[in-house]
Design a protein around this ligand. Structure first.
Ligand code: PLP
Length: 473
């Protein structure tokens, strides 16, 4: 369906007023107040009591999946009560009103400083950054900075019709396709090859030319949770610079990994320690452990972020630089991010992420041991792994498994890989804080229990259905 198209639903025509509603929905007299259901695709003619409106909306939402059992999402689905209390206290604060909410603005600045330090900015005091609604917005901002730097440096050729391009793996998240589409940048995609499911540094370097605004390296791929080799990408671009003089910056899309690697893979060099890394983004609402939606974008220094992209808002009588696509957005998530940083510290984050990784690795091994599946990744980078059916399994496929697990309440997505590996369909499990080892054991048990049934099928049920679309999350 295209966006949210207006639809009149069943609210018009002779049967305009639906008549079936729980008589209890009246206020004092159960049947004397609201006796017919209000329209749901047209503004009701008059008001209704709050408990009635609440109950109607609440009841409909019961049909949504249970977010804690949603193993498709990277987004935080559990926070402690103190965090949710703080968020409730701040839900009326608009992040853009820096002058009116100076303490919220200050907490945002502290978060940026903490991330700059965590990601080894050469001088955390001069690194620049901002909060966003999520990684998608952060990636748009980082991409815009790359494009503007390139157009400033290549003004004549740009005016003469040169088309900027961005080099990245075909596995990038859909936000990068959006960026290229919205900002008219050619997407140069490094395809998957054999069992390589992410960016190959050499191929990336070969795709670069004088119109390349940057290379995106993803720390942890959405498709399978694997880290792309950021250091090798930088080294390949160093060689390009030596050969051609082209100095091509790297943006690290650390939507998930930038909040995992600093705690669990301290020796992995992927961040501002690499001089070629010009900017990094992360989702505060993924492994940053905050409810949606908050993200972060940071640049190594103000030189990486062209000044003309920065707008100024009123702040304590002076002006404060801002870089964002939105104007208004909630302050609560930023406050919750600061709370979580303060609450956990490095040791706390390490413990949470290590637990998620242990659960992911243990579950991956358990699934491998069932004998019907082949692991593509093992949950030892992001706490995420992808697996497919073993080569000798012909009676069912990953789509059958996803469908049957859904019957048990588990949301485990199945999807087809992008070009050059479209033959490969996988299931992916994202382990997050709140997906406990008990829940993981229950998932494994449910999977084990449904295998005999699946093995008895004569062929995969999906063979009779439309081909599944490729996955975009
Ligand atoms: C690597 C990567 N980049 C960007 C995004 C988009 O992030 P957000 O949902 O925070 O906008 C995702 C989301 O899964 C992702 O995995």
């Amino acid at each position: 369906m295209a966006l949210h198209q207006g639809t009149l639903g069943t609210d018009h025509g002779p049967e305009r007023r639906r008549l079936s509603i729980n008589p209890f929905f009246g206020l004092a007299d159960p049947v004397g107040d609201m006796t017919s259901a209000p329209p749901s695709h047209r503004l009701p003619d008059g008001p209704m009591p709050p408990p009635t409106a609440y109950q109607l909306v609440h009841d409909e939402l019961m049909l949504d999946g249970n977010s804690r059992l949603n193993l498709a999402t990277f987004v935080t689905t559990w926070m402690e009560t103190q965090a949710t209390e703080l968020m409730a206290e701040c839900r009326d604060k608009n992040m853009i009103d820096k002058d009116e909410y100076p303490r919220t603005a200050e907490l945002e600045r502290r978060c940026v400083a903490m991330l700059a330090d965590l990601w080894h900015a050469p001088d955390p005091a001069t690194a620049v950054g901002c909060s966003t609604t999520g990684s998608s917005e952060a990636c748009m901002l980082a991409g815009m900075a790359l494009k503007r730097r390139w157009t400033n440096a290549n003004a004549d050729r740009y005016r003469g019709g040169a088309r900027p391009n961005l080099v990245m793996g075909v596995n990038v998240q859909v936000c990068w396709e959006k960026f290229c589409n919205f900002w008219e940048v050619e997407a140069r995609l490094v395809p998957m090859e054999g069992d390589r499911f992410h960016l190959d540094p050499q191929t990336a370097a070969e795709l670069c030319d004088e119109n390349t605004i940057g290379v995106v390296a993803v720390l942890g791929s959405t498709f399978d949770g694997s880290y792309e080799p950021v250091d090798e990408v930088c080294a390949a671009l160093d060689a390009v610079q030596e050969r051609t003089g082209l100095d091509i910056p790297v943006h690290v899309d650390g939507a998930s990994g930038a909040m995992v690697a600093p705690f669990l893979d301290e020796d992995l060099v992927w961040d501002f320690r690499l001089p070629r890394v010009s900017s990094i983004n992360t989702s505060g609402h993924k492994y940053g452990l905050v409810y949606p939606g908050v993200g972060w974008a940071l640049w190594r220094s103000s030189e990486e972020l062209p000044e003309e992209l920065v707008f100024r808002v009123n702040y304590l009588g002076g002006d404060m630089p801002t870089f964002a696509l939105n104007f208004s957005r909630p302050g609560a998530q930023v406050v919750a991010q600061y709370y979580t940083f303060l609450r956990l510290g490095r040791e706390g984050y390490r413990a949470v992420q290590q637990t998620a990784r242990d659960i992911a690795s243990g579950l991956a091994q358990g699934i491998e041991a069932l004998g019907d599946f082949r692991l593509l990744t093992r949950g030892d980078q992001l706490p995420v792994f992808a697996f497919t059916t073993a080569p000798d399994v012909t009676s069912f496929d990953v789509f059958d498994v996803s469908r049957r697990l859904r019957e048990k309440g588990w949301l485990v997505p199945a999807y087809t890989f992008p070009p050059k590996r479209e033959d490969l369909s996988v299931l992916r499990v994202v382990c997050r804080n709140g997906f406990s080892s008990d829940l993981s054991a229950l998932l494994l048990e449910d999977l084990r229990m449904l295998l005999p049934d699946l093995r008895r099928q004569s062929h995969p049920a999906s063979a009779e259905r439309e081909p599944a679309p490729s996955f975009h999350h």
